[in-house]
Design a protein around this ligand. Structure first.
Ligand code: VAH
Length: 315
């Protein structure tokens, strides 16, 4: 079997950092090319090939495809919900034209499989809030969500029109300790652990009862690779799969942290513009289609995630 050659664009990000490491374990360091707009701030470069790539510079991107003829491409580069609202036109340009550049080049160079992440940000105020289904009303209020919803439509179009095997997951909030989060609305659930260990306290920018779907990064990485490894005939969704691990509020997370740090104190900011974004998103996600199609099953619940975060951050 021809060996896989995998290009990961956006390798320095919260997901990319861990995905490159995991893929290199399976496919060998030299077969996973980490690509980003800036040099990695840790030793990923020493562990395997790294290329400076701006996904909006199509000629440079074409040289990357020409040089590596990748069998798989993961496009993770994007502006997330909160930072996207600070710079809407850049968010649209990067998230949308970055995807279209990769889709066109994947066609031209016959890339066997492409991965592109969507998000629960594609849902909006009129989407069902509880156990949000795979198919429903989707009226996103952020440019990030709009770009992810449009991107899902393009992915499905390139599959049906050109047969491009592109696969996607609507990630919930992702919690991890290895790499810094990148400007999301759910990032309170990461900062809270750092502050709890440093200052025994945290001031949440989301209100106590703001329930959101979340997932531990270990589950997100495993689910992503399981989706990419699934036989094509099992994939019934070519927009993007609903996927979740758990749902919780800042208050519930704070109580779970107190089980490990008894004098932890959680407070709340009076106002933050991310509250309106969070209020427009689902409280919980129905991911039975992913379970039925390719056997998805989360491995981390709130207590297991909290224990792992605190254990690893304490090291
Ligand atoms: C964000 N972490 O907050 C990302 C994610 C569902 C949330 O898309 O923007």
């Amino acid at each position: 079997m021809m060996s896989e050659r995998i290009v990961v664009i956006g390798s320095n990000g919260q997901i990319g950092t861990e995905l490159v490491t995991e893929l290199r374990k399976s496919y060998g360091d030299g077969n996973v090319i980490a690509c980003d707009i800036r040099r990695p701030d840790y030793d990923i470069k020493n562990a395997g090939p790294f290329e400076f790539v701006n996904v909006l510079e199509k000629d440079i991107l074409k040289q990357l495809f020409q040089k590596y003829k990748p069998t798989q491409v993961y496009l993770l580069a994007a502006l997330l919900s909160a930072t996207g609202e600070q710079n809407p036109k850049l968010a649209w340009d990067l998230n949308m034209n970055g995807l279209l550049n990769v889709l066109d080049l994947a066609l031209e160079y016959k890339t066997a499989r492409i991965y592109w992440p969507s998000s629960i940000a594609v849902f909006g105020p009129n989407s069902p809030k509880i156990q949000t289904p795979q198919l429903c009303i989707m009226d996103p209020i952020t440019v990030y969500g709009i770009s992810k919803l449009a991107g899902e439509r393009w992915c499905e179009y390139y599959f049906h029109r050109y047969g491009l095997d592109i696969r996607s997951i609507r990630y919930p909030g992702l919690i991890s300790w290895k790499a810094a989060p990148g400007g999301g609305t759910t990032d309170y659930a990461i900062h809270i652990f750092h502050d709890a260990l440093k200052k025994n306290s945290y001031k949440s920018f989301l209100s106590a009862e703001t329930e959101l779907p979340m997932m531990y990064m270990d589950d997100a990485i495993r689910g992503t690779i399981e989706l990419m490894d699934a036989p094509a005939e099992k994939i019934s969704i070519r927009s993007s799969y609903n996927l979740t691990g758990m749902s919780f509020t800042p208050e519930v997370l704070g109580k779970e942290i107190k089980n490990h740090i008894p004098d932890f104190k959680l407070e709340y900011m009076d106002f933050d513009q991310r509250q309106a974004i969070a209020d427009s998103w689902p409280k919980s996600i129905n991911d039975t289609v992913a379970s039925n199609d390719w056997g998805w099953k989360p491995g981390f619940n709130l207590s297991k995630m909290t224990e792992s975060m605190i254990l690893n951050l304490r090291k």
